[in-house]
Structures are given as structure tokens and as C-alpha cells.
Ligand binder design. Structure first.
Ligand code: ADP
Length: 198
């Protein structure tokens, strides 16, 4: 089975913007594969992967893991997931790229895997709304990087390292901005017609 025509897009936005939630809904309803670098990293940590263990402290402080570490984990996971799934309609990259360095790696990764890049969907959400969501999620999920202090640091890192990607993709005409405020179904209702055009 060839993946030649599988469209791949990246979903991006600040911590708590709902990209993971929307990715799960798109996976379910549109038969897309969903690959989250945050999930891949947490799974690698749980398995005791040496590269993940080395970067553990960074993640716990709200910092980013080195580009090469994330890239290697992502490529490994993408290969495995594409091999075992035939008939997927497309691929959602959730959490990658997160730096300009990673954006530079994207083309090469997709080429290796015969995926067709369709764009970067940016979910726009008001910052106060984000903090409220993250505090709520922290109570439910108890992630080690969901304390208030670390949430603030992740926001800062997002502004500094990830936000510039909006310009990067806009200059390539690959940025699609979507209002992220509203119920899960409302946001999905804005995303689905865009994805269905691919
Ligand atoms: P968020 O809730 O901010 O979307 P994720 O679950 O995507 O968080 O990621 C959690 C943590 O995993 C990040 O703060 C970072 O330390 C690490 N991580 C995930 N994806 C990347 C990436 N592409 N580059 C570097 N670090 C990453």
C-alpha cells in the first residue's frame, strides 16, 4: 500500500488551545491518523527510552525537548503507524513542528514518508480562556507539566519558540487560521470543511 496521496497537516496553537481534542475528533470522524509528539514523548519516557530520560527534566520544567530527539521519535512512530494502517484518509501532526528548526525538518520527513503537506492549521484562543482550561485539565489529568508555574513557562516558551512559526507558514501561503473558542463541535464545524477540501 502506498501513502503517496495521503494529505498531512499540522495543527498548532498555544498550550490548552484544544488541538489534541480536535485531533481526536478529526481522527474519529474523518478517518485521519493522529500523531502527537507530546504523546510519543510521554510513551518513550514510560518505556525508559534513554533519549527521553535525558530530556525528561526539560519537559518537566515546561521547556522543549531538543529538535533532533523529537524528530527521531516522530519518524520512528510515523513509519510504524503508516505501515500498519492502510486506507487512512490523512494524517494530523499534533505538536510538530514547534520550533523553526523543526519546521526546517518537516519537508524532509514528509518526503521520506511520501506524505503530501497541506498546511498548518492555527487554532486561535484568548489567553485567559487558555489558563482556565489548563488549570481544569491539571486537576483531571495530573500531568507533571501541568502545575501553574510550569503552565506559565510553557506559555512563555510557546510565545518565544513556536509563535514565530505562524509567520513562517504564512509566508509560504500554508497558514490557515481558525477560531478556537466555542464548543468542541463548533470548532470541529470550522475545521471539517477545510480538511475535506484536501
Ligand atoms: P501541550 O499541552 O503544550 O500541547 P504536548 O503534550 O504537546 O503539550 O507536549 C508536552 C511537552 O512535550 C512539551 O512541553 C515539550 O516539552 C515536549 N514536546 C512535545 N512536542 C515537542 C516538540 N515538537 N518539540 C520539542 N518538545 C516537544
Amino acid at each position: 500500500m502506498t501513502n503517496q496521496s495521503i494529505p498531512a497537516f499540522t495543527i498548532f496553537g498555544p498550550p490548552g488551545c484544544g488541538k489534541g481534542t480536535q485531533a481526536a475528533v478529526i481522527k474519529e470522524r474523518l478517518e485521519y491518523l493522529h500523531v502527537s509528539t507530546g504523546d510519543i514523548f510521554r510513551a518513550a519516557l514510560a518505556k525508559g527510552d534513554p533519549a527521553a530520560l535525558q530530556a525528561k527534566e526539560l519537559m518537566e520544567r515546561g521547556e522543549l525537548v531538543p529538535d533532533e530527539t523529537i524528530r527521531d521519535m516522530l519518524v520512528g512512530q510515523l513509519k510504524a503507524i503508516l505501515e500498519e494502517s492502510s486506507g487512512a484518509k490523512g494524517l494530523i501532526l499534533d505538536g510538530f513542528p514547534r520550533t523553526l528548526g523543526q519546521a526546517g525538518m518537516l519537508e524532509d520527513i514528509l518526503k521520506q514518508l511520501n506524505l503530501r503537506f497541506t498546511g498548518c492549521v492555527s487554532l486561535k484562543v484568548d489567553e485567559e480562556e487558555l489558563v482556565q482550561r489548563l488549570i481544569k485539565r491539571a486537576e483531571i489529568e495530573k500531568r507533571p507539566d501541568d502545575t501553574e508555574e510550569v503552565i506559565r513557562e510553557r506559555m512563555r516558551v510557546y510565545q518565544e519558540k513556536t509563535q514565530p512559526l505562524e509567520n513562517y507558514f504564512a509566508e509560504k501561503n500554508q497558514l490557515i487560521e481558525v477560531e478556537g473558542l466555542g464548543t468542541i463541535d463548533e470548532v470541529y464545524g470550522r475545521l471539517a470543511p477545510i480538511i475535506n477540501r484536501w
